[in-house]
Design a protein. Structure first.
Length: 231
């Protein structure tokens, strides 16, 4: 298992990966719950020597079947004048390919379509998701292929890799280590997440992570937070 994980890390680090935007984001899990409804809020603050990016997104989604969900997001970002407004719209769908726990690992895919607000700029992405549980540990890997096009953006292919190692100490407290790889960016850092279950299928999930660029030549830190309510 660890040989496989290490091989995946080496492969991710050696790929010719491109990513112009912020690489650090949510690490996706392949599991889909039947009759799932969710409200999600994400917050991201990235500080570098040149800029301070503050972005948020809010979304609502639900399952279409026992293996497929669809979710719609509004993305907001602070501009150069410190005004906060809508930056983009996004439609997302997750597909659980394998039944949970049936095979050596759980597999899924995520598809995203994003449109920049007020611009002819589009982005489509497809991600392969893998999660392997061993004891109280979980290893989650995401591989993304991204294409951007439009009159207000340069047409190009990009790629990203995300990894999360998680120790399921308690449902409410699960420390983890996260890795993000993109063009000229390799970031790693700690994260903490948890889940509080209520009656029936209702549950509240949260994630908090702090990612630093590995080179350390210049300041590049990202704080990310995710809050999800499923019902």
């Amino acid at each position: 298992m660890w040989r496989f994980a290490f091989a995946m890390l080496l492969m991710a680090a050696s790929l010719s990966i491109r990513a112009d935007g912020t690489v650090v984001d949510k690490v996706y899990h392949p599991i889909v719950l039947p009759n799932e409804h969710r409200v999600e809020w994400r917050f991201m603050s990235r500080q570098t020597e040149e800029k301070n990016i503050l972005a948020q997104r809010i979304g609502y989604g639900q399952s279409l079947s026992e293996t497929v969900t669809v979710e719609f997001y509004l993305l907001g970002e602070r501009d150069r004048d410190d005004n906060f407004g809508i930056e983009a719209y996004e439609l997302e769908s997750r597909w659980m390919i394998t039944e949970q726990g049936r095979y050596w690992a759980d597999w899924g895919m995520v598809f995203e379509l994003e449109k920049r607000h007020g611009l002819d700029a589009w982005e489509a992405s497809a991600g392969l998701l893998m999660e392997k549980e061993f004891g109280r540990n979980s290893l989650t890997l995401n591989w993304f292929s991204i294409y951007e096009w439009g009159n207000d953006i340069q047409d190009e292919w990009e790629g990203e890799f995300r990894m999360q190692y998680r120790f399921r100490w308690k449902p409410q407290v699960q420390p983890s280590l996260e890795l993000f790889v993109g063009e000229d960016f390799v970031g790693i850092g700690p994260a903490l997440m948890g889940i509080q279950r209520f009656e029936a299928q209702k549950q509240l999930k949260w994630e908090l992570g702090f990612i630093s660029e590995l080179s350390g030549v210049t300041k590049d830190h990202t704080l990310r937070f995710v809050l999800e309510y499923e019902f």
